[in-house]
Design a protein around this ligand. Structure first.
Ligand SMILES: Nc1ncnc2c1ncn2[C@@H]1O[C@H](COP(=O)(O)OP(=O)(O)OP(=O)(O)O)[C@@H](O)[C@H]1O
Ligand SMILES: Nc1ncnc2c1ncn2[C@@H]1O[C@H](COP(=O)(O)OP(=O)(O)OP(=O)(O)O)[C@@H](O)[C@H]1O
Ligand SMILES: [Mg+2]
Ligand SMILES: [Mg+2]
Lengths: 251, 251
């Protein structure tokens, strides 16, 4: 199973939108587990679930009081979701004194029988994101090409370095994904050029363009392919999935 | 001193852009303290500071090892900044067992002699945001008129309720601020209408329009008024400041 953490402490850069739509494309041919690690439960919502559908969440699974199989919800043909709950908001303190508190997710995934696990992280570098980085093979970092992007990337790479040295030596950056990209905006072009200079081949060739269909799809309870198959959003996430598969195979 | 927390656990909704530009307008006639409570330090960056300029940060002030006056940096005519540092990323755990751990900011602001303190919160409902809500008179909640907005508002209001009952009975919502508003997008219009129905007068009449100048200003190290005084972004934040003052006087 290849475990991919979708992470960036900067808010609103498209982590959830990426985890959701990339997961749906991969799920066409592979067995995929989506994991919502954010107390906001945006991914859980986007997948069409409400709190009353849940019989367990990532909180109980990390805490060890429920097994993965008992908490996952089935979305469709080969795609499961480990949903979030509001309890995750207190996970940092609740699990602070647990032995191996950064290893809880990795332990929970030990016997999981999927081809891919895609983890949607909250916008923070706290215990939940560290659990994702400790369980992961690779990290996909969505980045909005605006002012705070470069400093934000340095910060998450610094955290990854700490995880590599202390918890998970095999962790690597699978790729940096430009999101909300609008080629007509000089700000986007300039920041993207800066990212390319600095990070070179780590940057995916695919950029996800600014496309309102991506923001509308969840209000329809749909992923982008069911909502508007011909949109730029659908094209871009399909292209990302192909590039993702190539990079995973190279690992 | 009126203390205003700019808060919303949803990422990328314009908290930092609002704290920065609202603070600059208020600072023309009043003494303002800007507080960066986010380990990402976006507000500190936007104000033109780098880590080597710091002689203390919100981390030491909350921790009690430095006084407010020793850590603040002067921006200009009557505007000070209490900068953030990366240490804030571990504040939740570091301060977990401190007596009155939610009261640290309120204590630090006890003798502060400003007209306004504007607190930029990180995208989370953890200990730092709870400190802001405990120290605050009012909360300004920026909201992007997209799918996750309504559920996100319920979540922060729920947290505020807990703070009101247990820590700070005088806390109120000063207002809900629509950000990134684009009247041509039906998604924005529909969600804004839903917010208006649900929250009525709490929603500011002023909406901050989607305006690339707001995203470009920090890359120039400037606030929106110095960067592009005639832009929609500058007009909207000036209008917000007027409405903010009216609401504060009514309290
Ligand atoms: N390429 C895009 N074009 C247009 N809208 C988008 C795009 N990607 C995401 N969105 C919308 O932008 C908003 C933020 O995206 P999203 O919630 O996926 O970011 P996030 O990084 O998960 O945020 P958070 O940090 O709060 O978890 C959402 O309303 C989403 O529907
Ligand atoms: N009205 C606007 N129009 C266009 N761009 C904007 C607007 N407001 C903010 N931005 C830009 O959008 C991005 C996100 O805004 P900002 O960083 O202020 O949000 P935030 O809520 O503080 O994010 P975080 O949750 O990460 O703290 C920034 O690059 C900012 O410059
Ligand atoms: Mg998200
Ligand atoms: Mg911010």
């Amino acid at each position: 199973m290849y475990v991919c953490a979708v992470a960036n402490q900067k808010g609103g850069v498209g982590k959830t939108t990426t985890a959701h739509n990339l997961g749906m494309v991969l799920g066409r041919k592979k067995k995929v587990l989506l994991i919502d690690l954010d107390a906001q439960s945006n991914l859980t919502d986007a997948c069409g679930f409400v709190q009353s559908d849940l019989h367990g969440s990532a909180y109980e699974v990390l805490g060890g009081s429920k097994g993965l199989e008992d908490a996952v919800l089935s979305l469709e043909r080969g795609i499961d979701l480990l949903p979030a709950s509001r309890d995750l908001a207190v996970a940092e303190l609740a699990f602070a004194s647990k032995l191996g508190r950064e290893n809880l997710l990795k332990k929970a995934l030990k016997d999981a029988a999927y081809d891919f696990a895609i983890i949607d992280c909250p916008p923070s570098l706290g215990l939940l994101t560290v659990n994702a980085l400790t369980a992961a093979d690779g990290v996909l970092i969505p980045v909005q090409a605006e002012y705070y992007a470069l400093a934000g990337l340095d910060l998450i790479r610094e955290t990854m370095q700490g995880v590599i040295e202390n918890l998970n030596p095999r962790l690597h950056t699978l790729g940096i994904l430009l999101t909300f990209f609008d080629g007509r905006k000089s700000l986007n072009r300039d920041v993207a050029a800066g990212l390319q200079d600095r990070w070179g081949n780590l940057v995916f060739k695919t950029a996800i363009r600014d496309n309102v269909a991506l923001a509308e799809a969840p209000s329809n309870g749909q992923n982008i392919f069911d909502y508007r198959r011909q949109s730029y959003g659908a094209q871009d996430y399909a292209a990302l999935a192909r590039e993702f598969m190539l990079r995973v195979r190279k690992q």
